[in-house]
Design a protein around this ligand. Structure first.
Ligand code: ATP
Ligand code: SF4
Ligand code: MG
Length: 339
């Protein structure tokens, strides 16, 4: 565990994050571990409130200062634990080595500056000694990279469509050629056709630049299109993980993942209806003693209400569910002490 794995760009180990206010403590991330290999894309999926954005903000150490607190764990980026870095060191990491694209492009764009000025600022932030002409050249290059005519750089964000704004934000995130791009629901605010275009662009950029990615989404269709590996998150825990093949072709799944699959439109049957999983995510200020999914799970057994399941693995495919207790699967963790 102590030695550096050269293949990994990101290695999160047992991360726990809470939001603490005077009246309550929200247990947002409850001991998650995940790895991203260099050049690969990991999808982090799960419904609203699962803890996806909290995980992303923890990587960049951008949790709200007043309430957000990382209780324990490690976030190793290229072998170095970001949680031990000073604020100055983190500033050098943000936007330089790791960039983030948020769900709403307007949260990253300033309405009073032109698109070109904003990309220019992002470029200058990381290349102090470029001449004016060199910066202009880079702005044109970045716009071209994301499929926008460089001649439009003198326009303001409101003159761009939603999809184009998100492309500009992605261009800004990529200008420093980050080693890791975190995209938090980058296409959710866009309509379906534009969403497909932005996704195709992200995929192409990744292939061209070799950037590693953490793609946060609640949409398994997006995962199928652009991810190599997937972690399914529920109530602050990773309940299933594996390669895209494991998730889409594997026979065994965590009941929550089954629910998620049911809730995406089935292309073959041409059903367009979304089927939400019945019930609600547990209150994060008062999580169940046993399995977090128990109150909504149709397979719930007595043990599920009392004990947290451990990790079971089948090659690259991992599950966190008591259903696999009795099966002939190798345990991923220590021997089960709990009968
Ligand atoms: N600033 C905050 N203060 C208190 N609680 C918060 C704060 N931000 C998030 N939470 C809580 O932490 C939990 C995880 O939230 P998070 O935003 O990480 O979920 P998410 O998976 O990104 O959801 P979504 O899909 O809606 O973006 C939720 O219960 C949420 O209400
Ligand atoms: S541990 Fe039990 S309650 Fe939880 S998902 Fe598995 S079967 Fe359902
Ligand atoms: Mg979020």
């Amino acid at each position: 565990m102590g030695e550096k794995d050269e293949k990994l760009i990101l290695d999160i180990q047992d991360l726990k994050v809470i939001y603490k206010t005077d009246i309550e403590t929200v247990e947002a991330v409850n001991g998650i571990s995940l790895k991203i290999e260099k050049g690969k894309t990991l999808g982090l999926v799960g419904e609203t409130g699962a803890g996806k954005t909290t995980t992303a903000l923890s990587i960049l150490r951008l949790l709200p200062q007043a309430t957000g607190r990382i209780l324990s764990g490690k976030i190793c980026f290229d072998g170095e634990d970001l949680l031990t870095k000073t604020e100055d060191e983190m500033r050098a990491v943000r936007g330089n080595l790791i960039s983030m694209v948020f769900q709403d492009p307007m949260s990253s764009l300033n309405p009073v500056y032109t698109v070109g000025q904003q990309i220019g600022e992002a470029i200058k932030l990381h290349n102090h000694d470029l001449s004016h002409e060199e910066v202009e050249g880079r702005i044109d290059e970045m716009l071209q990279l994301v499929g926008i005519m460089p001649s439009r750089k003198a326009e303001y964000p409101h003159q761009f469509s939603g999809g184009m704004k998100q492309r500009v934000v992605i261009a800004m995130a990529l200008c420093c050629e980050p080693e890791l791009l975190i995209a938090d629901e980058p296409t959710t605010a866009l309509d379906v056709t534009i969403q497909a275009q932005v996704l195709a662009m992200i995929r192409e950029l990744r292939e061209r630049l070799g950037t590693s990615m953490l793609m946060i989404t609640h949409d398994l269709g997006i995962v199928a299109q652009i991810c190599d590996e997937v972690c399914v998150m529920y109530a602050g825990k990773i309940v299933e993980s594996g390669t895209v093949e494991d998730l889409f072709r594997g026979e065994k799944h965590h009941p929550y993942t089954v629910g998620l699959f049911d809730s995406i439109p089935n292309i073959s049957s041409r059903a367009t209806r979304l089927k939400p999983i019945p019930g609600l995510m547990p209150d994060p200020t008062n999580l169940p003693v046993g399995c977090e999914f128990a109150p909504r799970c149709e397979h719930c057994m007595e043990i599920c209400k009392k004990e947290k399941p451990q990790v079971y693995s089948e090659g690259t495919h991992k599950f966190y569910c008591h259903l696999f207790d009795s099966e002939n699967l190798k345990t991923g963790g220590s021997e089960n002490e709990s009968k």
